[in-house]
Design a protein around this ligand. Structure first.
Ligand SMILES: Nc1nc2c(ncn2[C@@H]2O[C@H](COP(=O)(O)OP(=O)(O)O)[C@@H](O)[C@H]2O)c(=O)[nH]1
Ligand SMILES: [Mg+2]
Length: 185
């Protein structure tokens, strides 16, 4: 399957985002979790800027595919080296994006590093998505970095933590590895 990027927009705020009504799929997650790498994997090109240094993408990047739909790379949250004010601003800017894009937004992919224990900031983001009626799935990234047998275990653990936090419906999960170039539902 080859996806062709037909247009690209980089927007500083929601006000500058493209005005068309094409459907879009958004990618969120902590800074450095692998959002840009996953987008590059999906489109099979190096279009999104990846970096081993966290806190790089602070823009809303729209990649239009075949003039029909878009992948959206959103600013990563939770980068400790940014000031508290800046971190908060990035979260509100992203929330604004979700609210203002309306029916265009088909689904959100929230990326989670499989190697680390469930983080409050991710759970809070997911809560916010539920409260605002956004459909989302979890994408566990960097699965090449842990033993295969551990992958399911880690996800089960994540599910348990969510259940302990009163989640009655556990979101779907996708296992991904951008370096091994694979992902599965
Ligand atoms: N081993 C491994 N490294 C990854 C994977 N995805 C991303 N990375 C690395 O993690 C770092 C951050 O990735 P990036 O895509 O820029 O993260 P972003 O900040 O969420 O956009 C880079 O050094 C990537 O090469 C993965 O699936 N496996
Ligand atoms: Mg990025």
């Amino acid at each position: 399957m080859s996806l062709k990027i037909t247009e690209f927009f980089s927007s500083e705020t929601i006000l500058n985002c493209p005005k068309n009504k094409l459907p879009e799929y958004a990618f969120i997650g902590r800074s450095n979790v692998g959002k840009s790498s996953l987008i590059n994997l999906i489109v099979n090109q190096k279009v999104a800027y990846t970096s081993s240094k966290p806190g790089k993408t602070q823009l809303i990047n729209h990649y239009y595919i075949d003039n029909q739909w878009a992948l959206v790379d959103l600013p990563g949250y939770g980068y400790a080296k940014l000031s508290k004010v800046k971190r908060l601003k990035m979260i509100t800017e992203t929330e604004n994006y979700f609210i203002k894009r309306g029916v265009r937004l088909v689904a959100v992919f929230i990326l989670i590093d499989i190697r680390i224990s469930p983080q409050k900031i991710d759970l809070e983001r997911m809560k916010w998505l539920v409260e605002n009626n956004m459909y989302f799935v979890r994408v566990f990234t960097k699965c090449d970095q842990i033993k295969k047998e551990l992958i399911e275990k880690k996800i089960k653990h994540y599910d348990n933590i969510m259940m302990q936090n009163n989640w009655n419906k556990i979101p779907k999960s996708i296992i991904s590895s951008s370096s091994k170039k694979n992902w599965k539902k």
